[in-house]
Design a binder for this molecule. Structure first.
Ligand SMILES: Cc1cc2nc3c(=O)[nH]c(=O)nc-3n(C[C@H](O)[C@H](O)[C@H](O)COP(=O)(O)OP(=O)(O)OC[C@H]3O[C@@H](n4cnc5c(N)ncnc54)[C@H](O)[C@@H]3O)c2cc1C
Length: 378
């Protein structure tokens, strides 16, 4: 069966669903083609921290879009929740980064300084205050507290975006066994998904860590790589922690229902998503070091997902140079949940209004163009 759409999106994770939702909100006719199950792969596993300030490496272009995206949740969550009837458990209680030892304090204070210079709210928490806020946490020499960071239940957030998109008319095709581009010179005229032909004016690839496989079929290579992350889910006590707490090399994220997410490994081991014994030991050691009282808590499950990583750690968002109408929205690595609102709006405004947020220039696929082109003889 052949159908016409304004935009076809390949990939039904948080990025594909957010792009589709934002496009549909602006009146576009959109189809999402998903090879497996809707909800994504990394997206349903993610811890869901909206750690714009806490994870920031410095005051750069990436930090700017992380802040912009975090701010978008304020209006977006109520809208998506109303349309979908799914509560994504969005919370804005802040995130704490504990100094694991005295040596980490100068770096955290330096971060506090440059963020304050940007007019942002960020506080130093003394060991005594920390004990009072998170009684279950082992003693530490202090912590940085970013009160405007937050968290969301990632699996519910993708489900909410999908349902809200459906309400606005987005067509979702899942379990598409084969997904192929239909190419006409510099244009992609559609996507062939199993027996369906999705003809479209514009095409967006949002296939997370699998994006290079789709692009390979067009002779294009982008340096995206899966970075495996493993988590442990404990059945805890509701409100045992006031919010997510990082302590190098791990973190605990308390969910509203009492579950505690303990994360996470970062492994470059290809497309293998099986939980491993080594990761379980790493996570158990982190709990023993930082939350020893959690020892008797039952383990509900171990999970693994593949973050879509890039060489510079920044996403790849924008038009692919060899084509007039093929766009990439992938490579969100550790921050795809946080960046889902900004990416959705960026693509929708760009594709439908021709208004590309200049902050997105830094994430263009162009930066990998030279590396991907075959070397020419001198
Ligand atoms: C352990 C862990 C913890 C994390 N914690 C956080 C966090 O706290 N905060 C945060 O912001 N981010 C976090 N992340 C990162 C976040 O999960 C990712 O950046 C984000 O989910 C990427 O979304 P995506 O839609 O690009 O990819 P995915 O969710 O992987 O979705 C890609 C989709 O494309 C589909 N697909 C693949 N091939 C094809 C094809 N040929 N055709 C069509 N569809 C295809 C896949 O089946 C999948 O459904 C974490 C990740 C992990 C693994």
């Amino acid at each position: 069966m052949s159908q016409y759409f304004d935009v076809a999106v390949a990939g039904g994770g948080v990025i594909g669903c957010s792009v589709a939702f934002h496009l549909a909100q602006k009146g576009a006719k959109v189809a999402v083609v998903e090879k497996r199950t809707l909800g994504g792969q990394a997206s349903i596993v993610a811890a869901g921290m909206l750690a714009a300030q806490e994870e920031a490496a410095g005051p750069d272009a990436f930090f700017d879009v992380c802040l912009a995206s975090r701010a978008q949740f304020d209006a977006l969550v109520p809208e998506v929740r109303a349309l979908s009837s799914v509560d994504p458990e969005w919370e804005t209680a802040g995130i704490w980064r504990v100094a694991a030892d005295e040596d980490e304090i100068p770096g955290l204070l330096a971060k506090k300084k440059w963020q304050e210079a940007r007019g942002l709210s960020v506080h130093w928490v003394s060991p005594e205050e920390l004990k009072e806020i998170h009684p279950g946490l082992a003693p530490a020499p202090g912590a940085l507290y970013c009160p405007t960071d937050g968290q969301i239940n990632s699996a519910r957030w993708v489900q909410a975006l999908e349902e809200a998109g459906r309400r606005l008319g987005v067509r979702f095709l899942d379990h598409a066994e084969s997904v192929q581009f239909v190419r006409e010179g510099r244009r992609i005229s559609g996507i062939r998904a199993s027996a369906d032909l999705i003809a479209a004016d514009q095409v967006v690839v949002a296939a997370g860590a699998w994006t290079p496989f789709l692009l390979e079929t067009l002779g294009v290579s982008l340096p995206l790589e899966p970075v495996k992350g493993q988590l442990m889910v404990l059945n805890g006590v509701p409100r045992a922690f006031r919010g997510p707490v990082y302590a190098t090399p791990g973190y605990v994220v308390p969910r509203a229902d009492g579950r505690l997410i303990i994360g996470a490994t970062a492994e470059r081991v290809g497309f293998n998503v099986r939980p491993t014994l080594a990761a379980q030991r790493f996570l158990a050691d982190w709990v023993a070091r930082w939350c020893p009282a959690l020892g008797p808590m039952p383990v509900m499950e171990f999970q693994a997902g593949l973050r879509p990583g890039t060489p510079d750690g920044w996403p790849v968002v924008g038009r692919l140079w060899e084509f007039d109408n093929l766009y990439i929205a992938a490579g969100h690595f550790r921050n795809g949940i946080l960046l889902s609102p900004w990416t959705g709006r960026y693509m929708a405004e760009g594709l439908l209004d021709g208004r590309w947020d200049p902050r997105g220039d830094a994430f263009s696929p162009e930066r990998f163009r030279r590396a991907s082109e075959p070397a020419r003889p001198a």
